[in-house]
Design a protein around this ligand. Structure first.
Ligand code: XLS
Ligand code: NI
Ligand code: NI
Length: 437
């Protein structure tokens, strides 16, 4: 292990009584919860972009991040060194996965060909480091939003050449993801949306996006990439109207263009908040469609209206997330991916450790709490019994599509009125959850 973080030892489990900020209090990777170890349940992943590339700037000031290993150049050796820093971080933290955009890991060249070549130089180092440490790639993606060429979007750009450029960039990003054994590949819409309909042919842009994704599906088959393709919904930011604004909008888009069999969703907490939903709502929408793949674990600030991407520390939130995940039978290719960044004031390298340790502990507690709620069974029993009246002959006929309005009229008219309602007991259930937290 090289020593870019000389003051940080391997992070171990110290237990709930530990007061050492460089120990886990709750995340004990080998501890079994129900049927699997915590490590297998949670599949933690560190994001390259926020953790190793984000200078911590904001609209009012330049970056504050102190990153002694970064010489500030756009050179390949600087990127290769950063790759080693990243793997020392993953290893010390005990994170089994990581995720990147093409432009996080290597600088962009002056032509696409040059950019591809630079990528290859860094991928070699990533491959060696993966082999050395056993850390795996959760998913890769292409950055189709930072470069000014993408001002009008990428797959929805009004400029055909930009569409072609984006396609070639995705092709290469899929290739390197495959080469690195990635478990998935993500499409976040970036600038796929619009600011004003005065200059926008919405239908034509959506048709282009549909075809773009079909080409990606075909290429996945062509190269034999076994990973899952994900779409990551997000509303409003950066464009006013993002096409992939929330889980329901994504599912509708995927169904319209016959893409649903090929994609799952990667849901991010802060994006749910911006869409005016709770994360749990987004997760249930995806699960109902059999399309929840992975989560970008972070949290927003309810007083700030933008994607602040903070580390999740709220046990109520992590419990809800893990309850959904356990209910659907756990992750397959997905994981808990910390798409989160330290605050601008937390500029020292060690803050990156504190942030991730806290997020991992919060999810470990969420996992244990959710499992305890499931084992207890009262919550699930309540929901089941709430629909008890449907467990009748006519109910079964409706649910299997074999009932008419006339049948229902014949049933209800002799009764005169519907049976009395029973309480939804929201407060009792909220108290029940708090018994476990
Ligand atoms: C931005 C998104 C982005 C994706 C990957 O808000 O969360 O970081 O996760 O492109
Ligand atoms: Ni994200
Ligand atoms: Ni985000």
């Amino acid at each position: 292990m090289t020593a870019f973080f000389p003051d940080v030892p391997k992070i171990n489990f110290g237990g709930p009584k530990s007061r050492n900020p460089l120990e886990f209090k709750h995340y004990n990777p080998d501890e079994v919860v129900a049927d699997k170890t915590m490590k297998e349940h949670l599949r933690f992943s560190v994001v390259y972009w926020h953790t190793f590339c984000n200078p911590l700037s904001d609209p009012f000031g330049v970056g504050t991040a102190h990153r002694p290993w970064d010489d500030g150049s756009n050179s390949v050796p600087n990127a290769q060194r950063k790759a080693k820093v990243a793997f020392e971080f993953f290893e010390k933290l005990g994170a089994p996965f990581y995720a990147f955009h093409d432009r996080d890991i290597a600088p962009e060249g002056s032509t696409l060909k040059e950019s591809h070549a630079k990528l290859d130089e860094v991928v070699k180092v990533l491959k060696d480091e993966q082999a050395r440490t056993g850390v795996k790639l959760l998913w890769g993606t292409a950055n189709l939003f930072t470069n000014p060429r993408y001002m009008h979007g990428a797959a929805t750009s009004s400029n055909f050449d930009v569409f072609a450029f984006a396609a070639a960039q995705v092709k290469k990003a899929m290739e390197i993801t495959h080469e690195l054994g990635g478990a998935g590949y993500t499409f976040w819409g970036g600038r796929e949306g619009y600011s004003t309909l005065l200059n926008t042919d919405m239908k034509r842009e959506l048709d282009h996006l549909g075809q773009f994704l079909h080409m990606a599906v075909n290429y996945k088959k062509q190269i034999g990439f076994p990973g899952t393709l994900y779409i990551e919904p997000k509303p409003r930011e950066p464009t006013k109207h993002q096409y992939d604004s929330d889980a329901a909008a994504c599912l509708n888009f995927l169904r319209t263009y016959n893409l649903l069999p090929h994609f799952k969703l990667n849901l991010e907490t802060n994006h749910a908040t911006l869409a005016g939903h709770e994360m749990m709502h987004e997760m249930e929408v995806a699960i109902s469609a059999g399309a929840l793949g992975s989560i970008d674990a972070n949290t927003g600030d309810y007083l700030l209206g933008w994607d602040t991407d903070q580390f999740p520390t709220n046990i109520y939130l992590t419990t809800q997330c893990m309850h959904c995940i356990l209910d659907m039978g756990g992750f397959t290719t997905g994981g808990v991916n910390f798409d989160a960044k330290v605050r601008r004031e937390s500029f020292e390298p060690i803050d990156l450790f504190y942030a991730h340790i806290g997020g991992m502990d919060a999810f470990a507690r969420g996992l244990k709490t959710a499992q305890a709620i499931i084992t207890d069974g009262r919550l699930a029993d309540f929901v089941k019994s709430r629909y008890h009246s449907w467990d009748c002959e006519l109910g079964r006929r409706i649910e299997s599509g074999q009932c008419s309005l006339g049948d229902l009229e014949a049933y209800i008219v002799p009764k005169g009125d519907a049976a009395r309602n029973v309480s939804g007991r929201q407060e009792l259930l909220e108290n029940l959850i708090n018994d476990f937290i």
